[in-house]
Design a protein around this ligand. Sequence first.
Ligand SMILES: [Zn+2]
Length: 343
Amino acid sequence: MSDRDPDAPLTEEDLYEVANLPKVELHLHHEGAAPPQFIRGLAREKNVDISKVFRKDGSYDFQGFLHFLSVYEAATSVLKTPDDYACLTTAILEESAKNGVVYTESFISPDFCGGGDVEAWRDYLHAIREAADAAERDMGITLRGVVTCVRHFGPEQAKASALCAAETAGDWIVGFGMGGDENKGKQSDFAYSYDMAREAGLKLTTHAGEWRGPSEVREAVEALGVIRIGHGVRAIEDPALCEMLAERDVVLEVCPGSNVVLGVYKSLRDHPIAKLKDRGVKVTVSTDDPPFFHTTMRDEYVNLAKTLNWDASVFRDLNQTALDAAFCDGATRDAVAKRLEIS
Ligand SMILES: [Zn+2]
């Protein structure tokens, strides 16, 4: 425990400590974490021209959320085989480990891994797991998978993803979630898929309250029974909802850098993460799609520390909240807790 005055400005030493903490991340899209140089290499190998998705400096090029989704889909269109996903997994975990992440959950969509076919999905999953096991041995980072359906593909296609999730639920596929365009359809349209996932023993999350307001977050909790919310930040607009989230221990997977780059908030100073926390809502910190948003877990921590004057003790608490809310089993949680204690 630190005995520093919480109002005193952070020193370089304090920031160094924050930057180098071991970290737990709960909200990371598998394809969205693909380093641009990895995608460019794969495109070259396969002779696919996706040069329009890159800026001159080699980073991803998009303006606004819908354009982001289309660039995302174009960039990831070169990921076509289980082998590609194995290489992608290694590339992602190398980046995360470099930034001090010791446990991460990533969203993996059967729509992109075998087109929703259960047997094809198993092949992709096998390849991803092998790469993840190697990364755990070599880099001390643990990955677990959360199967996601894509909201703008509609409820029918989501059922195929839910079936893939249910068929492979266990110690590695630990959760079910939904990403995509929040402005399409309703959370409750996906209740069938969420019921299937819950019955298979999977823990549940969904993207809500990023583009639409508090009612979306309320509906996610009430209609789908999720125990975590991707983003959920616009819950701050409804005090009664904040109270409900706090009472039910619903945990928000907050991605501040993503929210600022996509224009949900103008700047980190306008971001409600501290206000949500003050209202008793459980918050955690993640990157979402780090290379798209020019961020890393280290950057997220340092930027929040600088903006909110949060020292290492605050981030240790956030990590504990994240570990408690992780969808993995108890043995995995205990192993990760040991890695956090070292800090
Ligand atoms: Zn996301």
